[in-house]
Design a protein around this ligand. Structure first.
Ligand code: 9Z3
Length: 325
């Protein structure tokens, strides 16, 4: 059972006043500013996709850290469907987690080298059955890069993530209702303030290790109210107890006042999700389930991905929202 905490909880303002920004923040923000200026002129809708898990280092010279579960599949897959739907995409992901397009050739599920054949001449050939898929993925990848539709940036720690999210959302605010936030990253609820971090590797030999962590501030609230107030915000809620999914999603909508929480159960997440939304006029919530057959294939004969349905629905809802906003 978790023990009762005696440590303080940081507000978002206190957090940013006491925790140092990542060294690359200014550089990352400058690149986002450029992206925003460009797409402000193109008139495109822009989505910020966050993806992968955050870490919580236990030492300043990090040897050990707490990690959050996430391969980055949801985020990387969704980014591709957003691009197909005409959105310009900022893909903010955990370093080394899955990325759009290259995810199809993950070293663990589809090693790239196994698709290649070395000819006696020294030329490299792609196996016949893999070639057409590779051509398609490569063309979409090159197109996204060369057209400036996909911009990637990385985080590792929860501190990197919080600073980046705040800075990027302030930059995106100028695009008003054309911005969609798709917060699929698995973010730690707890962190160790810099002031309490051990400088060097924690030594063993003193018996068990007790670590008391503070709660990460709930930054969706200032994001929705202050940093990017006219944007369409979609957060994810991950649970392992399915009975908690709807009540936790409803509580989150009530607390932060954003547009949609997509609930997913850890073990079913690839095949079923629930959209929970709330009518701010009377507080009633609506749940819409999306379920798919785990063996379903798409129109090209490849395994269907639930992100196709998620993004189609979000695009529809975002468009409808733009009309009335
Ligand atoms: C999710 O729920 C994502 O869908 C997954 C995707 C992390 C399950 P994978 O990367 O997994 O495809 O392997 N993301 C949000 C998780 C999260 O931390 N949500 C917070 C919470 O549940 C609130 S924003 O409290």
């Amino acid at each position: 059972m978790p023990s009762e905490s005696t440590s303080s909880n940081f507000s978002a303002d206190e957090y940013f006043a006491t925790q140092p920004p990542p060294p690359t923040l200014e550089h990352d923000v400058a690149a986002v500013r450029e992206f925003v200026v460009h797409h402000s002129a193109t008139g495109r809708k822009v989505v910020l996709v966050t993806s992968g898990g955050t870490t919580v280092p236990l030492e300043l010279n990090v040897v050990r850290f707490l990690d959050n579960f996430s391969a980055g599949t949801r985020g990387a897959t969704s980014a591709e469907y957003f691009l197909s739907a005409g959105y310009a995409v900022i893909f903010m992901h955990r370093q080394f987690s899955l990325q759009p397009f290259s995810r199809h050739y993950s070293h663990s599920t589809n090693p790239f080298l196994d698709l290649l054949e070395l000819e006696p001449s020294g030329n490299i050939e792609v196996h016949g059955k893999s070639r057409s898929e590779l051509v398609e993925v490569l063309a979409a990848y090159k197109n996204a890069r060369e057209s400036g539709m996909l911009h990637s940036m990385t985080f590792v720690t929860v501190n990197d993530y919080l600073w980046l999210l705040r800075a990027v959302s302030k930059e995106l605010a100028v695009l008003h209702n054309r911005v969609l936030y798709y917060l699929a990253a698995a973010v730690s609820d707890f962190f160790l303030p810099r002031q309490r971090l051990s400088e060097h590797k924690i030594q063993s030999g003193k018996g068990s290790l007790l670590i008391e962590m503070d709660q990460v501030p709930k930054i969706l609230k200032p994001m929705v109210d202050e940093w990017s107030p006219n944007s369409f915000v979609v957060s994810f809620k991950l649970e392992t107890d399915p009975a908690l999914l709807i009540p936790k999603a409803q509580a989150s909508l009530e607390r932060y006042g954003h547009q949609i929480v997509i609930g997913n159960d850890l073990h079913q997440r690839k095949f079923q999700v629930v959209f929970v939304s709330r009518d701010p006029r009377n507080g009633t919530t609506t749940e819409t389930w999306f379920r798919m057959d785990p063996h379903a294939v798409d129109e090209r004969g490849r395994p269907r991905e639930i992100e196709q349905d998620i993004i189609a629905e979000l695009v529809r809802r975002h468009d409808a929202w733009i009309q009335v906003k």
